[in-house]
Design a protein around this ligand. Structure first.
Ligand code: 5AD
Ligand code: SF4
Length: 473
């Protein structure tokens, strides 16, 4: 399609990494139909909203964004609006009652249907919806791979859809369906294509990757990791999320065995109180969790462990919350995400009594986050003076020429290659050469000079002889 005919697309993503991945697939899928991305909804012919239903706040964000689109559509009636993701799956056609500006609704497993739905909406002038819970391989998006050289340093690859765990607070099994694994052959082909496009790090995504079982041979997750580890040109592998109850010996051993597997695991514990864990239907105790952490550290002494917490779950007492703080003190996580409990329609906990007063819950959340801030800052401070390997993500947002990347353990490191005044004095060749060394995807050894609550700062180790450049990556 000639450029002048091309239509413009804006994808608005709310929520988790799976939605980010879906957004990227949608962008590539629609690029094949002549849509080119623009920076905001104002100039878009088509707006795709990728929604999240995990907490009430996320859902509110969806409807407030749709309100903004309704106003834009009054000025430009030709604009199309498509809504996908968890809220689309949960609410279905009811979305149009609150947001009549929506032309197309597609569920979490109906992304492949999007182009057809857009055509049908355009031809008939009537809204379209597809909410089928496609089983098996059909649950996964099949977009064309990115162009050679067009990939970022790091990319997500969804390897599983759905969840079979039914934690009492969670809407995911209801909106993303039962567990299904992407076959290892398609996963590997997708990763090889990404590497050819320039990607150097992949993060494998699933609600509970420990339950992965793909292909005719029933390849399990440690085996998949070993096969991904063998992909030439790939430098780092990450994954998320693991359910503590299913953390296997095989996976723990993989951290010691696979050279590309980053020393980081996200292992959501949610609470440190056995009574709360039981009501959440998490199927492990505080002791089992701590034993798994100890076993992980036996296999991989420098492993970074991060976690998720819900505070104010129905019936959580002050004593239960103290148990959470004491677990945090015992484990000393490298980072945590924590949330106030939020009622989700359809999740069993929405019917539980003894709801916690929101003000008390927020106070607990603040205490938890303050506690973690101290731990993270102490852990970061212990890295000052050490040299770490950083995989460059790109220029840091604030002040060029500063770059940003992550360590093997997932800490964020910002670094400045040379004092800015020297960069200014360099001729173009030297500057280009220097910048090339810190291109996204390069690995750089950085001496850590300062530690903060959320990041580290340092300077790159002096380069080796010029001829070594290609090996330094
Ligand atoms: N309320 C608050 N937090 C929730 N999470 C999941 N469901 C809810 C809910 N109803 C959190 C959990 C999960 C993370 C992705 O979101 O901590 O691990
Ligand atoms: Fe939700 Fe629990 Fe499944 Fe995670 S494991 S997606 S919290 S039901």
């Amino acid at each position: 399609m000639p450029m002048t005919d091309s239509r413009t697309l804006y994808i608005h993503t709310i929520g988790c990494q799976m939605n980010v991945y879906d957004g990227e697939q949608i962008e590539r899928m629609l690029a094949g139909r002549g849509y080119r991305p623009v920076a905001g909804p104002e100039s878009a012919d088509l707006v795709v909203v990728n929604t999240c239903a995990i907490r009430e706040k996320a859902e509110q964000k969806v409807f407030s964004f749709l309100g903004r689109l309704a106003r834009l559509k009054r000025e430009r009636p030709g604009m199309m609006v498509a809504v996908g993701g968890c809220v689309a799956q949960q609410e279905g056609e009811k979305i149009r009652k609150r947001a009549p500006c929506v032309d197309v609704i597609f569920g979490t497993r109906s992304i492949n249907a999007l182009p057809g739905l857009l055509d049908a909406a355009e031809v008939t002038g009537r809204p379209q919806a597809e909410l089928a819970m496609s089983p098996g391989e059909a649950a996964f998006v099949t977009a064309r791979p990115p162009e050679a050289g067009a990939g970022p340093a790091s990319a997500f690859v969804t390897i599983m859809q759905g969840c079979d765990n039914f934690c009492a607070y969670c809407v995911v099994p209801r909106v993303r369906g039962r567990e299904v694994s992407k076959p290892p052959e398609s996963t590997l082909a997708e990763i090889e294509n990404l590497v050819a496009a320039g990607v150097r790090e992949v993060t494998l995504l699933g609600q509970n990757v420990n339950a992965y079982c793909g292909g005719a041979g029933g390849c399990d997750f440690p085996e998949l990791l070993a096969r991904v580890n063998a992909v030439e040109g790939l430098r780092r592998i990450r994954f998320t999320t693991s359910h503590p109850k299913d953390l296997s010996e095989g996976l723990m051993a993989a951290f010691g065995r696979l050279d590309k597997l980053c020393h980081h695991i996200h292992l959501p514990v949610q609470s440190g109180s056995d009574a709360v864990l039981a009501r959440m239907n998490r199927k492990y105790s505080r002791q089992i969790y701590m034993d798994r952490v100890a076993a992980l550290r036996d296999h991989c002494p420098d492993i970074a462990i991060t976690s998720d917490f819900i505070v104010g779950f129905p019936g959580e007492s002050e004593a239960d919350f103290e148990q959470t703080l004491s677990l945090m003190d015992a484990v000393r996580f490298d980072g945590v995400f924590a949330f106030n409990y939020s009622d989700r329609p359809g999740a069993p906990a929405a019917r539980f009594r003894n709801k916690v007063d929101p003000a008390a819950s927020s106070r607990r959340l603040e205490r938890l986050l303050n506690f973690q801030k101290t731990v993270t800052t102490e852990k970061h401070a212990a890295m000052v003076g050490k040299v770490v390997e950083v995989l460059v993500d790109g220029p840091a947002r604030k002040s060029a020429p500063q770059f940003t990347g992550r360590t093997f353990g997932n800490a964020i490191v910002n670094f400045t290659p040379e004092p800015a005044d020297r960069m200014d004095q360099m001729d173009l060749m030297d500057r280009t050469d220097l910048m090339d060394q810190f291109r996204p995807g390069r690995r750089v050894r950085v001496l850590i000079e300062a530690a903060f609550a959320h990041s580290l700062r340092g300077k790159p180790e002096p380069r080796e002889a010029k001829g070594e450049k290609s090996h330094a990556a």
